[in-house]
Design a protein around this ligand. Sequence first.
Ligand code: CO8
Length: 257
Amino acid sequence: MNTLQLTIKNHIATITFSRPNALNALNSEVFNELNLTLDELEANKDLRVLIFTGEGKAFVAGADIAEMRDKLPAEAGVFSKIGHQTFERIENFPIPVIAAVNGFALGGGFELALACDFMIASEKAKFSAPEVNLGLIPGFNGTQRLPKIVGANNARYLLYTAEMVDANEAKQMGLVQKVVSVEELMGTVNKIAETIVGKGPQAIKSVKTTVNFGLQKGHAEGSLKEREEFAHQFGEQGKEGMNAFLEKRKANWDSFR
Ligand code: CO8
């Protein structure tokens, strides 16, 4: 891979965007390599958590403006569709996906982080939807995901002004769940990932599916989905978890995926 690095350890995969000379901007090659990597990770049933981060001073500084500049409207539409499909894949990935935001998360990079399950940021992280500075609008579903996460008015404010907010402001808006020092970022994110790995793997997948289902379809359908998923947990894995509690021992999830 030319544009990203993959490491896998203890059921946790980490994808590092790695085009530091272009602040990890997303071009066609990145999307291609990202989708191939997601194919590989999806087939690996031992994985429990996926982490995204970036090399250097950016998480991802947006779509690659140099590649986008000469696109015709129809080509821009195709590029937007590739982004939509890829980020939907991330949003609905079968395991939790954490954005470890080390630096600039701008434009398409901000939209990528919005498609993750949650964000942990370093004090150096900066967030912005700067598309209107370029006479553009978000094209990877930022207009759709941002209002759901920070509320309509916060979203409108960020989308109209292109203001760059730091990690603490992002936390106040509910964009980011934790802010830590640069040195602590990957250690903290890995610890959170290990906490998730310690839970019932089918239950974690089921929580993710159920939350997304409700967000996409609304309360009534989400509620039915929860009932169905709740009942579904009463197989061997749920029994192991409840038995472990009653027997005062640690649950053994080794045989479950
Ligand atoms: N695309 C291409 N190259 C980039 C990008 C980018 N998004 N961001 C930075 N770079 C390049 C710079 O051109 C520079 O290259 P070079 O060294 O060859 O001149 C290199 O990265 C380093 O950047 P800077 O020298 O600018 O670094 P600074 O620390 O001075 O500034 C900033 C950092 C503030 C992050 C600045 O680089 C910047 O403003 N970048 C652009 C951010 C931006 O506008 N992003 C949004 C892009 S639009 C978008 O993402 C739309 C998504 C939806 C697309 C839908 C499909 C149609």
